[in-house]
Design a binder for this molecule. Structure first.
Ligand code: GUN
Ligand code: ZN
Length: 423
């Protein structure tokens, strides 16, 4: 790749309370796709000013990160049910069964990654189905998309349709093969051992998952404490455990690379356990609204050192666009939320949750050039110009006013993965 510079307004997180904002900024990308410079145009070193360049009035910001979503559910969004367990049975399991057909798995995977790039998501953590062949196809399409993808085959050995279940030794053997083929391939792909949740995984399977993830040093992703009925069922299935979190702790699946989806109903003693193990919590606000799971208690995390990420959770969430998840995250709290909080969650916060903060999540020299361009047209910016607005005001316009169509381009490692060519 040839090194280049983009002249554009730049916004990037430093922390949950600080973003840098250069209305007249420059981003330089080196031959390896890393950021060589991100700052004001005025201070751009002359050797970088001499590179091939382009200019845009679109805002350049780090690519969004989606810390929890389901590839195989893209085609069953919007089907409401009375609760999580009924929704899985009625809509999700039948759809996941369709992925046994390789042609279907291929088409859906292709569509999914195209939609993801178009939504401005450059990095994501994704569940596939329990079919290893379909997961292999999904990885092939992930590789082709050029996005940064953590992904794993869903694992279940009870309480789901027979054709989606696997005996633990078979599930582990298939996951090991997928790890050998895909984990850390091309510097963009990672494997996540993905036991679905306590209802559909036996103690034997959960323990085997924990062991495999530790031996192979890969991620684990699963669901926890999403709905009351689910929690009751898990406690009935694991009578020796006082809480859902302790089921996972005792089976060895709480690691510092574990991503726990939802966690809506969680005691402070459980949060202590999660914090001690260094596992991340992934908040999925759209899904919690859709399935009536309850409000995620954001305030319980204040003063704690738990990384909390943000996920679209398609298909319980209807949209792959993190702008929708950010707004939902703010709105479900029922009080005004500072725009940095959701915008940080979908960028650098998620990079921390996924332990990728040294690689992505902000525009900083040395990190991969994973960025998006967002249009802010006159209907939002009005008669103001960028130089009159501060970082908080720009973040506020992004979080509370932009929509998916305002994402104009997505780049990973400095290369264009998607661009809207219509004006
Ligand atoms: N719990 C177990 N599986 C799922 C799933 O596919 N979606 C959601 N939202 N929760 C789950
Ligand atoms: Zn999920």
């Amino acid at each position: 790749m040839n090194a280049y510079t983009v002249y554009a307004p730049l916004l990037s997180p430093v922390s949950q309370s600080k973003f840098i904002w250069y209305p007249d900024g420059a981003l330089s990308v080196d031959e390896l796709g890393s950021i060589a410079y991100a700052g004001s145009r005025q201070d751009l070193p002359s050797n970088l000013a001499a590179l091939a360049n382009r200019s845009t009035s679109n805002i350049v910001a780090p690519g969004f990160i989606d810390a929890h979503t389901h590839l195989a559910q893209y085609r069953c969004r919007g089907r409401r049910a009375d609760n999580l367990l009924q929704w899985l049975k009625r809509y999700v399991y039948p759809e996941e069964l369709r992925f046994a057909e390789p042609g279907y798995a291929r088409t859906c995977s292709l569509d999914f990654f195209a939609a993801m790039a178009q939504a401005g998501t450059c990095t994501a953590s994704i569940y596939t189905t329990s079919s290893a062949a379909s997961t292999n196809i999904a990885f092939e399409e992930a590789e082709r998309s050029g996005l940064r993808i953590i992904m794993g085959s869903m694992m279940m050995d009870r309480n789901a349709p027979e054709a989606l279940l696997q005996a633990p030794p078979i599930a582990i053997e298939q996951a090991s093969d997928l790890i050998n083929t895909w984990n850390r391939k091309n510097g963009l792909l990672y494997y996540a051992v993905s036991p679905r949740f306590g209802v559909s995984c036996s103690e034997e399977l959960l323990k085997a998952c924990g062991q495999l993830a530790c031996e192979s040093d890969v991620y684990i992703q699963t669901h926890i404490n999403e709905q009351r009925e689910e929690i009751e069922e898990v406690l009935a299935l694991f009578p020796a455990s006082p809480s859902y979190t302790e089921v996972y702790e005792q089976c060895g699946i709480l690691t510092n690379k574990t991503l726990l989806g939802h966690n809506v109903h969680c005691s402070s003693a459980e949060l202590d356990i999660i914090q001690n193990h260094g596992s991340s919590i992934i908040h999925c606000p759209e899904a919690n609204l859709f399935l009536g799971s309850g409000r995620f208690p954001l305030e319980d995390y204040e003063g704690r050192s738990i990384h909390t990420g943000l996920g679209s959770d398609v298909a319980a969430g209807h949209s792959l666009c993190m702008l929708d998840s950010m707004r939902a995250m703010a709105h479900v709290q029922g009080r005004g939320i500072h725009p940095f909080i959701p915008l940080y969650a979908a960028t650098l916060g998620n990079a921390h949750a996924l332990r990728l903060e040294s690689i992505t999540g902000s525009l900083e020299p040395g990190k991969s050039a994973d960025y998006i361009e967002m249009r802010m047209d006159d209907s939002i910016i009005g008669n103001w110009n960028y130089a009159e607005l501060d970082s908080e005001e720009i973040a506020s316009c992004i979080v509370y006013a932009l929509k998916e169509q305002d994402i104009r381009a997505s780049y990973v490692a400095g290369s264009e993965r998607w661009r809207n060519h219509c004006e």
